[in-house]
Ligand binder design. Structure first.
Ligand code: C2E
Ligand code: CA
Ligand code: CA
Length: 435
């Protein structure tokens, strides 16, 4: 900190003084390293990295140890155009495999870069920018990230949005909409997917894509899910009382599932509103399941014992956890709409969709195609052997009241092939009638 203050003071006196690049290094798997090799391991790794930085050819950085397992290096005379090259050089100098007591150990390290130029005069702010850069590298699963003003602004606006979500939940700005899920062969509605909607007092309608992914990085997702579960289960109970008994799918994340007490909360809500477990399906995306797979499986088994069903959402996108799929107690694969949209013309998409359908069949579970918008999408999916579908062809997500109005006037939409078969059977019968 003192060194940063001195640099900034000298820049104040001489605005033409050279720029510095501040590079900070943080170790992400510190806990694993300490539990495997003891407390001295981090010191040894950081000392080794500091030595390697001092020995960097063509550079004379000043190297500092900062709080926790972090290291900082100041490179004088860095021009903006040199920043990326210098960050790459640092990555090569600080490899992921470090030596400890003649062993080579894996260090999950990230580098954050901040260019100290004429715009910055506060050392505290520079260190904060370095933290932001490291956090971004971590989020993006990249080895290094260089701070920019835009990143800071987007983080600030996301944090403001997350604060608004918390207030919005208290102020009752969130509601649930419902989109029908249909059996492809006969067009009958067998269930709905519940999708959250946010009417913000200033921003208007805010798409869940704007706040769910960020909420999933914090405990905020648990608050959202708590609202969603209560709201939806209460709705199912009302529909059942009026004679409409559909299965309702709720989107949850892997973090929800692993939250202690999640299953208990769900069971209590089912009891409170007298809804049987088999009326509830949980949709979980592949990506949120990869970590702690064994614990996720154990939690999901608790839920499936209560007859709650589980489906994999957005199948085919993200990192495919095919190696885990067979471990999970799932009953449905939901094929992502990015593939469905281009059927039947796009060959690549149709290979992926047909492979997913066959995979589901081999696993003895059902398949559902999301985002069916056209009769041509539907006809092709039916030919491929897909069981269920969902999309604007049938209906957009609707408020609970609008959904009921739609449901009561819905005329099943069937694939052309089965329509033709029906018509020809009807014709055959009439032709075969005795005169
Ligand atoms: P998702 O679970 O994949 O939901 C399907 C999204 O596709 C929904 O967007 C839906 O409105 C949209 N969609 C459905 N049919 C069609 C179609 O034919 N064409 C097109 N272009 N789009 C279609 P939405 O409601 O904006 O939700 C976006 C995502 O936000 C959801 O993707 C889900 O991941 C998340 N989400 C929504 N509600 C909740 C919730 O209550 N909890 C959680 N954890 N996530 C939610
Ligand atoms: Ca979903
Ligand atoms: Ca989906």
């Amino acid at each position: 900190m003192e060194r940063l203050e001195a640099i900034l003071a000298s820049r104040k006196q001489d605005p033409d003084a050279c720029c510095y690049l501040l590079v900070t290094l943080s170790i992400d798997n510190g806990m694993a390293l300490r539990s495997a090799f003891g407390f001295s391991v981090i010191d040894a790794i950081i000392d080794g990295y500091a030595r390697q930085l001092h020995e960097m050819p063509n550079h004379q950085p000043e190297v500092f140890r900062i709080h926790g397992g972090q290291l900082a290096a100041l490179f004088p005379g860095t021009k903006p155009a040199d920043v990326d090259r210098l960050m790459q050089a640092c990555l090569q100098t600080l490899p992921e495999n470090a030596n400890f007591q003649s062993l080579s150990v894996y260090v999950n390290r990230h580098l954050g870069g901040v260019l100290i130029d004429n715009h910055e005069s506060d050392p505290q702010a520079i260190l904060q920018h370095a933290e932001i850069a490291i956090a971004r590298a971590n989020d993006k699963m990249s080895d290094a990230f260089v701070y920019t003003q835009e990143v800071s602004e987007s983080i600030a606006s996301q944090l403001a949005l997350m604060a608004d979500v918390t207030d919005g939940l208290k102020r009752g700005e969130f509601t649930m909409h419902y989109q029908p899920k249909v059996a492809l062969a006969d067009g009958k509605v067998y269930g709905v997917e519940a999708l959250i909607r946010w009417q913000h007092p200033v921003r208007g309608w805010v798409s869940p894509d704007e706040f769910i992914p960020n909420a999933e990085h914090s405990t905020l997702i648990l608050k959202i899910s708590e609202f969603v579960l209560r709201e939806v289960i209460q709705q199912v109970s009302k529909w059942r009382a009026s004679g409409i008994d559909l299965q309702v799918a709720i989107n949850v994340s892997g973090h929800d599932i692993l939250q202690p007490g999640f299953a208990q909360m769900l069971f209590e809500l089912l009891k409170e509103f007298d809804v049987p477990g088999e009326r509830i399906e949980l949709e979980i995306t592949e990506g949120t399941l990869i970590e702690d797979i064994d614990e996720v499986v154990a939690e999901l088994l608790k839920l499936t014992e209560a007859k709650i069903t589980v489906s994999i959402d957005d199948f085919g996108t993200g990192y495919s956890s095919l190696q885990y799929l067979y471990k999970l107690p799932i009953s449905l694969l939901k094929i992502d709409q990015v593939f469905v949209r281009y059927l039947p013309e796009d060959k690549g998409a149709s290979y992926i969709v047909s492979a997913a359908i066959v995979l589901a069949q081999k696993m003895g579970i059902k398949s559902l195609a999301e985002g069916i918008e056209t009769q041509a999408n539907l006809d092709y999916l039916q030919q491929l052997g897909c069981d269920y579908g969902q999309g604007y062809l049938y209906s957009k997500p609707l408020s609970a009241d609008n959904f009921i109005a739609w449901y009561q006037s819905y005329q099943p939409i069937c694939p052309k092939a089965s329509q033709l078969a029906k018509e020809s059977t009807a014709n055959d019968t009439s032709m075969g009638r005795p005169l």
